[in-house]
Write a protein that binds this ligand. Structure first.
Ligand SMILES: [Fe+2]
Ligand SMILES: [Fe+2]
Length: 259
């Protein structure tokens, strides 16, 4: 099974770039399932029905999110609709709308996708390790072997711990949230594909997708600043994970920056 996973799409600029490059890249790479993190795809922040539809129409089979999932109230009805493939972190408080995992099916293949959020330098949420154990036993009881985790977190240590914690239990643990692609893509000893952060789909000359002047003012002054998204050349940061469909073990992980 060949899985394409795309890092956080930022703003309409990132959405437009995704539409430009994703269809051809998917075809060229013979992709079976495409998952895109869309938590920052709306203008401003968060995800809106329009940006969600745009990502799905561009070729994503499923959208994962993160700490910005519920920033915009308009998206709540999408999270609550079982038929719309968009998920939020599983370990959000139980009162949160939406679902934290999703099972994709195609050509007799099944892929379980779980969205989790870290707790170090992040807003409060339930324990992601306990939540992973709970949902994995449910997916295992359904006979699902291929399982991908989008682990949305800030601290590299917490992400690597999650990778080793789930090594051999899932096909891939892929980090999101920092918007900077890390160079540590590897297959862990028990057969789980891992990367600390997949990166971002958005404007290259920016600070994580934010206009440089705004980000600079924010960092230097510490004052509240209204963020703007700049125009400019974009890239789509992503990884392709190939698994043995029968066992769910990862065969390879390769990272890309598509301009
Ligand atoms: Fe993000
Ligand atoms: Fe985030």
């Amino acid at each position: 099974m060949r899985i394409l996973f795309v890092g956080d799409v930022v703003a309409p600029q990132g959405c437009e770039h995704l539409r430009r490059v994703l269809p051809a890249f998917k075809k060229m790479q013979n992709i079976d399932f495409c998952i895109v993190n869309g938590e920052n795809s709306a203008q401003g922040n968060g995800i809106l029905p329009g940006s969600c539809d745009h990502i799905l129409d561009s070729g994503a089979d499923l959208i994962t999110t993160g700490n910005h999932a519920l920033k915009r109230v308009e998206i709540e009805k999408y999270f609550e609709n079982e038929n719309i493939p968009v998920i939020r972190p599983l370990n959000f408080h139980r009162s949160a709308p939406g679902k934290g995992y999703y099972v994709l099916e195609r050509k007799g293949m099944r892929l379980g996708v779980i969205n989790l959020m870290g707790r170090i330098y992040m807003d409060a949420c339930e324990n992601p390790f306990d939540e992973a154990d709970r949902i994995l036993s449910e997916l295992n009881s359904q006979g699902i072997k291929n399982i991908l985790i989008d682990f949305h977190g800030e601290a590299t240590s917490e992400k690597r711990v999650m990778g080793f914690y789930l090594d051999g239990k899932v096909s891939a643990v892929l980090g999101t949230h920092t918007h900077i692609q890390t160079s540590d893509a590897q297959i862990l000893p028990q057969g789980t594909a891992y990367i600390t952060d997949t990166g971002m789909t958005g404007v290259i000359n920016s600070v994580l997708g934010v206009e440089i002047g705004c980000a600079t003012k924010k960092v230097i002054t510490g004052l509240p600043i209204h963020f703007k998204n700049p125009e400019g050349e974009c890239q789509m940061d992503c990884v392709i994970v190939e698994t043995d469909n029968k066992t769910g073990r990862a065969v390879s992980i390769e990272r890309f920056n598509i301009q």
